[in-house]
Write a protein that binds this ligand. Structure first.
Ligand SMILES: *Cc1c(COP(=O)(O)O)cnc(C)c1O
Length: 350
C-alpha cells in the first residue's frame, strides 16, 4: 500500500510544441499569424500596473458585456474562462455527470478523452465516415452527453447547421456542446439555436481568429440555466479565473470588428491559395473551413514529411494515431510563410 494508490492519475494532453527559438516557421498550433487588433495594443499601453494589486472582477462583466453587445446575446447567457480549454473542462465537470457514455468522434480534439478520464466520465467514440464526416445517426442513441468541434479538429471539416440541429433535437435529455474554436474562418455558427434548445452550449475562443492565444480567453453561450450551472461550478473552483489584462484587452479586441474581419478574410484567402498549391504537389485533404489544412501526400508518409519539415525549421502537427498517421495538420500562416513551405515541399518532393 502506498500513497500513490490514491493518486488521481491521468495521461495528460500533449500540446503542440512551442519552440524556444524565433527563426522557425510555426504552423503547428493554429495560432493567428497576424498580431491582435490595434485597439488591444492601444489599451495595453494605457493600462495601470498598480491596478494589478487588486483582484479582477469575478463576474468578468467588461468582457461579458463586450461579447453581449457584439453577439447580441444577453449577458446572463455568456460564460467566460481561461481559454476555451478552461470553459470546456468546466463544462465537462458540470454537465457530463451520468453513468451513460458521452459521445464524440473518433478523430477529434484530443483533449476530450483527457477531461473524460480526469473526471471519470464514461465515453464512446463514434467513427467519422471515410470522408471524415460525422455520421449523425451515431448520436441518436441513448447517451450521457454529446460534444464535437465544428469545424472538426484536426480535419477542418465543417458540418451544416441543419445536421447539427438534428443531433441536438435527438438529444434533448443531455447537454450538447458544440466547440466552435474555428467557426470564424467561413463557417456558420449554431449560436441562434440557443434560443430554441436550452441544453445547447456553444463554445468559442480568442485564441485562433482573434490572435490572442497568449491571453487565454474563451467563452460560451447557452440558456440562462446552463450558464448559471457553469458559474456555480466555476465559483466552487476558483472565483478569479480571468486576470485583469485578459478582461480589458479581450473587450478591446471585440470592439475592433474591422480588423477582426480583415484578418479572418486574409487567412481564408491564403488558405484558398495553399489548397491549390498542395493539390498540385500531390496532396489530398478534406475541404478545410478552419485556419489549417489536414493533408496527406500520395506517396510520402506523414512521419517522413513531418521530420523533413522540422529539420528545415518548418513546424507542423502530426499524430501517430489510427486513420490519421499519414496526415499533417498545417496551420495557415502569412503568405510569406506559406510560400516558404510550398517552396520547401516542391524541392523535397522532386
Ligand atoms: C484550440 C482549440 C481549443 C482551445 O483553445 P483555447 O486556446 O484554450 O481557447 C478548443 N477546441 C479546439 C477544437 C481547438 O482546436
Amino acid at each position: 500500500m502506498s500513497w500513490e494508490n490514491n493518486v488521481r492519475k491521468v495521461v495528460p494532453y500533449t500540446p503542440g510544441e512551442q519552440p524556444k527559438t524565433d527563426n522557425i516557421i510555426k504552423l503547428n498550433t493554429n495560432e493567428c499569424p497576424y498580431p491582435p487588433a490595434p485597439e488591444v495594443e492601444k489599451l495595453l499601453g494605457s493600462m495601470k500596473y498598480e491596478d494589478f494589486r487588486l483582484y479582477p472582477d469575478p463576474g468578468a462583466s467588461k468582457l461579458i458585456d463586450a461579447l453581449s453587445d457584439y453577439y447580441k446575446v444577453p449577458s446572463d447567457q455568456i460564460f467566460v474562462g481561461v481559454g476555451s480549454d478552461d470553459v470546456l473542462s468546466m463544462a465537462f465537470l458540470t454537465f457530463f455527470n451520468s453513468n451513460k457514455p458521452i459521445l464524440f468522434p473518433d478523430i477529434t480534439y484530443s483533449f476530450y478523452d483527457v477531461w473524460a478520464d480526469l473526471y471519470h466520465i464514461p465515453y464512446e467514440r463514434c467513427p467519422l465516415d471515410e470522408n471524415f464526416r460525422i455520421v449523425k445517426e451515431d448520436y441518436f442513441k441513448d447517451n450521457g452527453g454529446v460534444i464535437f468541434p465544428n469545424p472538426n479538429a484536426p480535419t477542418g471539416v465543417l458540418e451544416d447547421v441543419n445536421m447539427i440541429e438534428e443531433i441536438i433535437a435527438h438529444n434533448k435529455d443531455v447537454v450538447v456542446i458544440i466547440d466552435e474554436a474555428y467557426i470564424d474562418f467561413g463557417g456558420k455558427s449554431v449560436l441562434p439555436l440557443i434560443d430554441k434548445y436550452d441544453n445547447l452550449l456553444v463554445v468559442q475562443t480568442f485564441s485562433k481568429s482573434r490572435a490572442m492565444a497568449g491571453m487565454r480567453i474563451g467563452f460560451a453561450f447557452g440558456s440562462k440555466k446552463l450558464i448559471k450551472y457553469l458559474n456555480d461550478a466555476k465559483f466552487s473552483f476558483n472565483s478569479y479565473t480571468m486576470n485583469r489584462p485578459s478582461l480589458e484587452l479581450g473587450a478591446a479586441s471585440v470592439r475592433d470588428d474591422e480588423y477582426f474581419k480583415k484578418t479572418c478574410h486574409m487567412i481564408m484567402e491564403t488558405r484558398r491559395r495553399v489548397k491549390c498549391e498542395l493539390k498540385s504537389l500531390g496532396f489530398s485533404f478534406p475541404d478545410s473551413q478552419a485556419n489549417f489544412i489536414f493533408a496527406k501526400h500520395e506517396n510520402v508518409s506523414g512521419q517522413s514529411l513531418f521530420c523533413a519539415l522540422k529539420a528545415a525549421g518548418i513546424y507542423v502537427r502530426h499524430w501517430n494515431a489510427p486513420r490519421i498517421e499519414d496526415y499533417l495538420r498545417i496551420s495557415i500562416g502569412t503568405d510569406e510563410q506559406m510560400d516558404k513551405l510550398i517552396a520547401f515541399l516542391k524541392d523535397y518532393l522532386k
